[in-house]
Design a protein around this ligand. Structure first.
Ligand code: NDP
Length: 508
């Protein structure tokens, strides 16, 4: 029997299924419908039912949002707000997020298909990000530069201006917080565009930002497709910076679209992240972490440990245990008791995962767990896919090189440390990687040799708001989080003062 699961809360910006109207754009400090009244149905990935109806913006709405952000930046009071007060605003948003933790976790879970527990973890992480940048907002106003006598020289930081923020569907609120919090700390104004399939918690964040008392026009929200609204934002000459998290193909398009107006771009793209296991580790622990690395949020994680590289002496024992435990993972309703994996985000995305698995099989990789939808008829309407383990993989295979972004892990073998490092670096990406070994020196050597933005030794996945996050290679441009994550949103300006100007007579 189906359990009585909790539904979405009532919100003015979320219309009931079947509605033909919605007022979910937030421009210049007020909620409004799209210019042409457009709406979009948001689908619950658990059973393909309509979860809610939201506004669907037009390119004209995107232009209006940029104009509002521009006006708030160029002429509004925001830039004059002292940095400590911007920090206080961030603390207020963090307080409100913590207050509404259960509601936000539910919204994120229903919208994305992640479990309710994971939704709660996301909210905790988002609160920590807002608190981190609240603390950083007034800590670094600039520096005095060594200069000749009679000269006073200093570097100060100023906001970049109007930022367009475009986010993906896997961590809608978390990825957005990495952009909105430092941008507020820096004094920018912004236009936010979430993925068209998962807008719900972005709407909620804007509700809280409004409640926290941010001046009108500082944070603006448009909902809609990347092709229409996203590209309108990246091309708009009123935008100074495009901060994007999403796939590699979209990232390259955004770079090209930003080029004619020489916008700054910050890109967090995908990854195909190696997880290297040496033969001296406790296999039970290494398998346990390998499962989390590969299958947390059904593998829809940019930093998923989707590429296992296992020493050949433990390969067979490791993969047998990995497959046994992957087959035992409980999948079902994100609010269900003991459920660890919910559905994938959409029918389209599951079709991509299935196509990647089919390609892997054609290439000669062998499935030892999963590789199919679940048999449970209760789950047949949703976008479920079983955790999948491929063995007999080698570095040239598409399934090893291309990001699947689903519950699929490949396993390769290695014999020497040098070979493990070479495999771990044999990728166009460079987002994250892990190394498992009982030999501390070897762990450090391998971590130093891996060309990835984050490397875990004897762990996989944790991050801190204070540590930079981003990619080498095609995993992106720039860094989020940490002090560098604030620097993305500000310009350094050198101010030089001649204390006693006298004629130089250079030209006589
Ligand atoms: P997409 O690249 O498809 O979309 C990301 C965002 O870009 C969405 O809001 C999308 O809009 C928008 N978009 C699409 N086309 C354009 C365009 N031409 N111009 C402007 N915006 C556009 O990524 P997914 O949503 O599928 O997310 C998955 C990807 O994100 C994976 O590759 C994953 O690795 C990466 N990712 C990276 C992270 C990191 O920290 N490095 C973190 C999380 C995810 P819409 O969907 O509304 O059409």
């Amino acid at each position: 029997m189906t359990q009585p699961y909790v539904a979405l809360p009532d919100k003015p910006y979320l219309s009931a299924p079947g509605s033909s109207t919605a007022a979910g754009l937030y421009i210049g400090g007020s909620w409004r419908p799209a210019a042409d009244g457009g709406v979009r149905e948001i689908v619950n990935p658990y059973d393909a039912s309509v979860l809610t109806v939201v506004s669907e913006a037009t390119a004209a709405d995107a232009a209006a949002a940029v104009a509002a952000a521009r006006a708030a930046f160029d002429g509004g009071p925001w830039r004059a707000v002292p940095a400590d007060e911007r920090g206080a605003v961030l603390h207020r948003v963090a307080d409100l997020l913590a207050r509404d933790r259960a509601e936000i976790a539910l919204m994120e879970s229903l919208d994305t298909g992640k479990t309710l527990e994971e939704g709660g973890i996301d909210v905790d992480d988002v609160v920590a990000v807002f608190r981190y940048y609240a603390g950083l907002a007034d800590k670094d106003a600039g520096r005095i530069v060594s200069a000749p006598e009679g000269v006073f020289s200093r570097v100060v930081y100023e906001p970049v201006g109007v930022c367009a923020m475009i986010t993906p569907w896997n961590y809608p609120l978390l990825q957005l917080s990495w952009k909105v919090a430092p941008a507020i700390a820096a004094g920018d104004t912004m236009v936010v565009k979430p993925s068209e399939v998962t807008p719900v918690t972005t709407l909620k964040l804007v509700e809280l930002v409004e409640e926290a008392g941010i001046p009108a026009g500082v944070v603006n929200l448009v909902l809609g497709s990347g092709a229409t609204v996203g590209s309108a934002l990246t091309e708009d000459p009123g935008v100074d910076l495009v901060s994007f998290t999403g796939g590699l193909d979209t990232g390259t398009r955004i770079m090209a679209a930003a080029a004619p107006t020489v916008k700054k771009v910050a890109l967090e793209l995908g990854g195909k992240n190696p997880n290297i296991v040496f033969d001296d580790v406790d296999l039970d622990t290494a398998v346990d972490y390998a499962l989390s690395a590969a299958f947390f949020h059904s593998g829809q994680v940019c930093s998923a440990g989707a590429r296992l590289i296992v020493h050949e002496d433990v390969h067979d024992a490791f993969t047998a245990e990995l497959a046994r435990r992957a087959d035992a993972i409980v999948i079902g309703h994100p609010q269900g008791e003991g459920v660890r994996c919910g559905p994938l985000v959409s029918a389209e995305h599951r079709a991509k995962v299935e196509a990647a698995v089919a390609r892997g099989t054609e290439e000669g990789a062998r499935i030892i767990a999963g590789g199919r939808r679940p048999d449970d008829p209760e789950l047949s309407r949703g976008y479920f896919y079983r955790p999948t383990v491929f063995v007999d993989c080698h570095r040239a295979m598409d399934i090893v090189q291309r990001e699947v972004f689903g519950p699929v892990v490949t396993v390769e073998r290695f014999r020497t440390e040098a070979e493990a490092v070479a495999l771990g670096n044999d990728t166009d990406y460079g987002l994250s990687g892990g190394v498992w070994t009982a030999d501390a020196a070897r762990g450090e050597r391998v971590a130093a040799a891996l060309r990835h933005g984050t490397v875990w030794i004897n762990d996989f996945g944790p991050y801190f708001p204070g540590a930079e996050w981003g990619g080498f290679g095609r995993s992106g441009v720039g860094r989020e989080l940490g002090p560098a994550g604030l620097d993305e949103y500000r310009e350094a300006k050198h101010i030089y003062r001649n204390l006693d100007p006298k004629p130089q007579r250079w030209f006589g």
